[in-house]
Ligand binder design. Structure first.
Ligand code: PMP
Length: 425
C-alpha cells in the first residue's frame, strides 16, 4: 500500500499541515498575550521534513511572529546569572494551602511579600506603605479579582468596564469571558458618557502604544484599576512612586518570567483587598507556592545586584540589561522606519528617571507601528511579508496600526528589523 503514496502526496500532506499551523498562529490575535504554542517566534513553516523532501524547498522564507509579548529577550540575562537563581524544592515542601493565616492575603508567602516591598522601595515606582499586597496567578488573575472586588454585588445591571483606546486587546474578552452579571465591557473610555457607576482600566505605560496615561472619564462614581505591568525603568523613566487605589504589577514584564505566572496588586482599601482574596480563594484556592518561592528568589537576586555602593556595570543588573537592550532595539527600529516612508512610529518625550538618574525617551515593550498612505490593513500587509503582528482593531482602533513585540529573542528581533528594511509598497 505504501508504494502508492507518491512524493507528491507526501508533499501535499506536509503543506496542508504547515498551512494549518500557520492558520493557528495567525488567528491567535484575539486571545491573551499568553496564547503561545511554539518554541521560537521564527516560524519555519517547513521546520520538519517528510523524510523524502524538505518543505524548505517549497517555502524558503520564515514567518516572524511578533504578535505576542512573550518576554524571551531576558533569557540571556538569567542564563548568565547561572546558579544564583536556582531553586531546589523537596517533596516535603509546600503541602499546605496556607502561607500565613495572620495575613489578609493568607496564601501570600511572607518572603515574597517582603521581596515585593523591597523591590518597589528600590525602584521607587510604587508606594508600598499601608498597602495590602494580593498575589495572583499573573496579573491576569488579579484583573478578574479586581473587577469582582470593585463591582457592586447587588446592582441591578452589570457595571461598565472601560479603557481608553487603544487598549490592551485582552481586556474585552477577559471582562466578558463568563458573561458575568457583575460587569461588562463597555469599550473606549473616551466615548463613555453614562452617569452610572463604572470601572476604568488605566494601563501605564500603555499596551499597545507605550504612552503614560491617566484616567479619562473622571466621574465621581467611577473606580480605577491601574495596570502597571510596564512601569519599570527598562521601558520608561520612573517619574514618581504611584499612589493609586489599586495597582497591578507582574513578573512577566518586570523580570521576563511570564511562565512563572506571578503578579501582585497593591491595594489601599482593606475591603477591596479582602474581596480580591475571596475571588482568588474561590477561583484557585490561592497561588502556587512553588512559583511564589521562585519569584522570591528572582526578585531577591534583582535587589541584591543593586546592594552595593558602586555604579552597576552594563549587563550586571537586570534593569541595566533591559534598558540597554531596549535602547539598542529602539534605535535600530527607528533607523529602519525613518528610511522607509511606508511606516511611522509614535514619538515620545524624554523624561528624567528617578531610579537611574538618566533622561531618556520611553522605549516600550511594544512598537505601535503605523502603515502610512494607501495601506489600510497594516496587519495583512505585514503578513504578506511574513511578519505576524496584531492589528489595531483588536485594540479598539483602526487597522492602519499594528502592535509588534519588542521583547522577543535577539534573532527574531534582528530578522524582523532586517525584513522591515527591505519592504517596499
Ligand atoms: N496587563 C498588560 C497590560 C499586559 O500587557 C499583560 C501581558 N501581556 C498582562 C496584563 C498579563 O500579565 P500576566 O502575565 O501577569 O498575566
Amino acid at each position: 500500500m505504501y508504494k502508492f503514496v507518491s512524493l507528491r502526496h507526501v508533499l501535499l500532506v506536509s503543506l496542508a499541515i504547515n498551512v494549518g499551523l500557520l492558520w493557528r498562529f495567525t488567528n491567535e490575535g484575539n486571545g491573551s498575550d499568553a496564547n503561545v504554542r511554539r518554541k521560537t517566534n521564527v516560524i519555519r513553516s517547513s521546520s520538519f521534513t517528510t523524510g523524502l523532501i524538505s518543505v524548505d524547498e517549497v517555502q524558503p522564507q520564515e514567518f516572524i511572529s511578533l504578535q505576542v509579548g512573550d518576554p524571551t529577550m531576558y533569557t540571556r540575562f538569567w542564563r548568565e546569572m547561572g546558579n544564583k537563581t536556582t531553586v531546589v524544592l523537596s517533596g516535603d515542601q509546600h503541602l499546605s494551602y496556607i502561607s500565613n493565616v495572620k495575613n489578609l492575603c493568607w496564601f501570600l508567602e511572607p518572603k515574597l511579600e517582603s521581596a515585593i516591598t523591597r523591590l518597589h522601595q528600590l525602584v521607587g515606582n510604587a508606594v508600598v506603605d499601608d498597602r495590602h499586597i494580593v498575589v495572583g496567578t499573573g496579573s491576569s488573575q488579579l484583573y478578574h479579582a479586581a473587577l469582582y472586588a470593585l463591582s457592586s454585588l447587588d446592582a441591578s445591571e452589570p457595571m461598565s468596564v472601560v479603557a481608553a483606546a487603544p487598549y490592551y486587546s485582552s481586556y474585552p474578552s477577559m471582562t466578558d469571558l463568563l458573561k458575568s452579571g457583575l460587569h461588562k465591557w463597555d469599550g473606549d473610555a473616551h466615548k463613555f458618557n453614562k452617569t452610572k457607576p463604572y470601572i476604568e482600566v488605566v494601563t501605564s505605560p500603555n499596551n499597545p502604544d507605550g504612552f503614560i496615561r491617566k484616567p479619562v472619564v473622571n466621574h465621581e462614581n467611577g473606580r480605577v484599576v491601574h495596570d502597571l505591568a510596564y512601569y519599570w525603568p527598562q521601558y520608561t523613566p520612573i517619574s514618581s512612586p504611584v499612589d493609586h487605589e489599586l495597582v497591578m504589577f507582574t513578573v512577566s514584564k518586570a523580570t521576563g518570567h511570564a511562565g512563572m505566572r506571578i503578579g501582585w496588586a497593591l491595594v489601599k482599601d482593606e475591603e477591596v483587598a479582602k474581596k480580591m482574596v475571596k475571588y482568588i480563594e474561590l477561583n484557585s484556592i490561592g497561588v502556587s507556592k512553588d512559583s511564589q518561592l521562585r519569584a522570591t528568589k528572582i526578585l531577591q537576586a534583582v535587589i541584591d545586584s543593586y546592594d552595593h555602593t558602586s555604579i552597576p556595570e552594563e549587563g550586571e543588573t537586570l534593569f541595566e540589561f533591559g534598558f540597554n537592550l531596549m535602547a539598542e532595539r529602539w534605535k535600530k527600529l527607528r533607523t529602519v522606519v525613518k528610511q522607509n516612508p511606508i511606516f511611522s512610529l509614535p514619538n515620545y518625550s524624554p523624561g528624567l528617571c528617578s531610579f537611574s538618574g538618566r533622561t531618556f525617551e520611553p522605549q516600550p515593550a511594544f512598537a505601535w507601528l503605523k502603515c502610512e498612505g494607501q495601506i489600510e490593513d497594516c496587519e495583512s500587509f505585514l503578513r504578506s511579508h511574513k511578519i505576524l503582528t496584531r492589528g489595531g482593531e483588536k485594540f479598539g482602533v483602526s487597522t492602519k496600526h499594528v502592535r509588534i513585540s519588542m521583547v522577543d529573542e535577539d534573532n527574531t528581533f534582528d530578522l524582523f528589523a532586517e525584513r522591515l528594511s527591505t519592504i517596499r509598497q
